[in-house]
Design a binder for this molecule. Structure first.
Ligand code: CA
Length: 225
């Protein structure tokens, strides 16, 4: 074999190796994507004890949102997906809906969670009004900037729940009891290994893409059988 053909042969070999590597990487990537789109299941559904629950208490299907008032996807989910769920399943008594706090954005997440828990304790029937009002206040741009402050929470509480005792509300933000409610939610976050918000669970099914309404309805219909 002459020097030239040896060289071209190693070039062919090199090209082949590169092609094989690319194909392998593509296959791995496809497999990973596929896995991301499959709903996972857990041993049991998250407990809704001591949580705000909307809808028929003994409904066969329990929908739990793990959310964070600082999270822009949670705001978007509440505006785009939640109204459909409410219309199709919660209002008709087929499913109940509950919200659990996740604190992925530090002190502001915690302050928002404390406020929700304080209202749930003092004015349980007004929880969902405050919950929506607080998400409405999340800025469309620069949601990472500071916006959940005690002043903002008082303002939202005052505007959304006129009968609210604001002094009591302010005190409960610092109370051990309300801190205990936030801690309980963190136990659930750990138990269910929540890594992203919003995470939507239909009984013990973790929805891979919370914005895929078809996947959510398929899981609900399956659990209603
Ligand atoms: Ca809670």
């Amino acid at each position: 074999m002459n020097k030239k053909s040896k060289k071209s042969r190693s070039l062919v070999l090199y090209t082949l190796v590169v092609i094989v590597l690319f194909v392998a990487l593509f296959a791995i990537n496809q497999a990973t994507n596929k896995k991301d789109n499959v709903n996972q299941t857990t041993a049991e559904a998250p407990s809704t004890a001591s949580q705000p629950v909307m809808g028929k208490e003994d409904a066969k299907v329990s929908i739990v949102e793990f959310g964070d008032y600082k999270c822009p996807s949670c705001k978007a989910w509440g505006e785009q997906v939640w109204p459909l769920l409410k219309r199709d399943y919660i209002d008709s008594g087929k499913a109940k809906f509950s919200y659990t706090n996740v604190l992925f954005h530090g002190e502001e997440s915690k302050l928002g969670a404390l406020a929700g828990e304080a209202i749930f304790k003092s004015n349980p029937e007004d929880f969902w009004t405050f919950h929506k009002a607080l998400f409405d206040e999340q800025p469309e741009v620069n949601h990472d900037g500071l916006w959940i402050t005690e002043g903002k929470l008082l303002e939202v509480a005052k505007n959304s729940i006129p009968a609210m005792d604001l002094e009591q509300f302010q005190q409960s933000l610092k109370s051990n009891e309300i801190q205990g409610s936030v801690d309980l939610d963190q136990e659930l976050v750990r138990q269910f290994n929540i890594k992203q918000t919003p995470t939507i669970m239909i009984n013990n099914i973790v929805i891979a893409n919370p914005f895929d309404y078809a996947a959510i309805t398929a899981a609900i219909e399956q659990e209603m059988k």
